[in-house]
Design a protein around this ligand. Structure first.
Ligand code: CP3
Length: 342
């Protein structure tokens, strides 16, 4: 037996004592205690940038459920904010970011003081976290963050960002390089503060494919991963190129240098087992709608996932927990996973 952390066991290639589980967006609006804190704090940004609040919210789901990891309560758009872009979260509308144009890329300068509270929250969570639990830090991948910086919001499916791929490749590359530098800095500070695993969220990776995917998803991720690995070889990284096509998922896991890959719920499990899991462990991919449904529909699909991947796997969703999820179903999911294979 080992007394190690199940998350780290899987990420370092060992069989875990039980299948580790955490959920993207495990802290958030489906929890009544989150909604009541949000009502008093006023805004999402106030919560994310106040260490006492961010610490409390990060730990809220771990107080309720036997999750194997905490993910820092923050947002991928804090990096553009630290680069000087104005960021707002509007009620009912989601994030709105000042758009980056041809003229203002040169003005982007990463100021670590703007996100100093994030690193303080990591220190506090780490101090409070029980030994078997793993603390996950994260950032957005350069491509996904560039999408928000170019379009300002997701209303038009990042039409302007996609047009830059074909019409402004040099400008896009310049922005991507700014984001690689800033993300390296931001992730390094998270590690110094106590993050034990990092996840790189490329939520909009599926907007591009083939050569474009290679240029703007794989190459920048590989560069970011290799810079972090050079400085912190012991820190595992998980990549999530959401909604990529099968051959792009396969290229991503082979070429980026990540230690594990998160997969969305659209991906075929037999393909994932045959072409992806033989290379590195996977994370995912229960449909968040099945977590809303709960019961046998959910546990049946979890059984399918685990009989496909076995124990060297990280249980998670194919995307984030949605606000209408009943918390009891999260408890049911976590218990079911921890019972599996014992
Ligand atoms: O996973 C966690 O529990 C940790 C915290 C976390 C948040 N955002 C908190 C959040 C993480 C890891 C993220 C990542 C993030 N943020 C991504 C990548 C993952 C994904 O969902 O694809 C993206 C694209 C963003 C940008 C973002 N932030 C959007 C599009 C939105 C609005 C949509 C929504 O769900 O409201 C946010 C707001 C946000 N980030 C909330 C939370 C808990 C909701 C804030 C609220 O209204 O209370």
């Amino acid at each position: 037996m080992n007394n190690r952390k199940p998350m780290l066991d899987v990420l370092q290639g060992r069989e875990p004592a039980h299948i580790p589980v955490w959920l993207m967006r495990q802290a958030g609006r489906y929890l009544p205690e989150y909604r009541s804190l949000r009502a008093t704090a006023g805004s999402f940004l106030t919560m994310a940038l106040t260490p006492a609040l961010a610490t409390e919210i990060t730990l809220q789901p771990l107080h309720r459920f036997d999750l194997d990891a905490a993910i820092l309560f923050a947002d991928i758009l804090l990096v553009p904010m630290a680069l000087g872009s104005n960021l707002e979260f509007r009620e009912g509308e989601g994030p709105v970011l000042q758009t980056t144009t041809t003229n203002n890329i040169d003005n982007l300068k990463y100021d670590p003081e703007k996100v100093g509270s994030v690193f303080e929250a990591i220190r506090r969570v780490k101090a409070a976290l029980p030994a078997p639990k793993t603390l996950i830090g994260f950032c957005g991948a350069p491509w996904t963050v560039a999408c928000y910086m170019i379009d300002g919001n997701s209303k038009n499916n990042f039409a302007v960002a996609k047009s830059w791929v074909k019409e402004q490749p040099q400008l896009l590359q310049q922005l991507i390089e700014v984001l690689i530098d800033a993300s390296e800095n931001y992730l390094s500070s998270q590690i110094e503060a106590g993050a034990e695993v990092l996840q790189i969220f490329d939520s909009w990776a599926g907007l591009i494919a083939g050569d474009d995917f290679h240029s703007y998803v794989i190459a920048p991720t590989r560069e970011l991963v290799s810079r972090i690995k050079r400085k912190y070889p012991h820190i595992p990284l998980i990549g999530f190129p959401r909604e990529a096509n099968e051959s792009d998922y396969a290229a991503y896991i082979r070429e980026t240098g990540v230690d594990a890959m998160s997969i969305d719920h659209g991906l075929d499990l037999q393909f994932a087992k045959r072409d992806l899991q033989i290379i590195k462990p996977l994370q995912g991919n229960l449909d968040p709608a099945l977590l809303v449904q709960g019961g046998i529909a959910m546990t049946d699909q979890l059984n399918v996932i685990f009989s496909t991947f076995g124990k060297k796997h990280i249980a998670n969703l194919g995307h984030g927990v949605v606000p209408q999820t009943p918390p009891d179903h999260v408890a049911q999911m976590v218990e079911h996973i921890h019972r599996f294979g014992i």
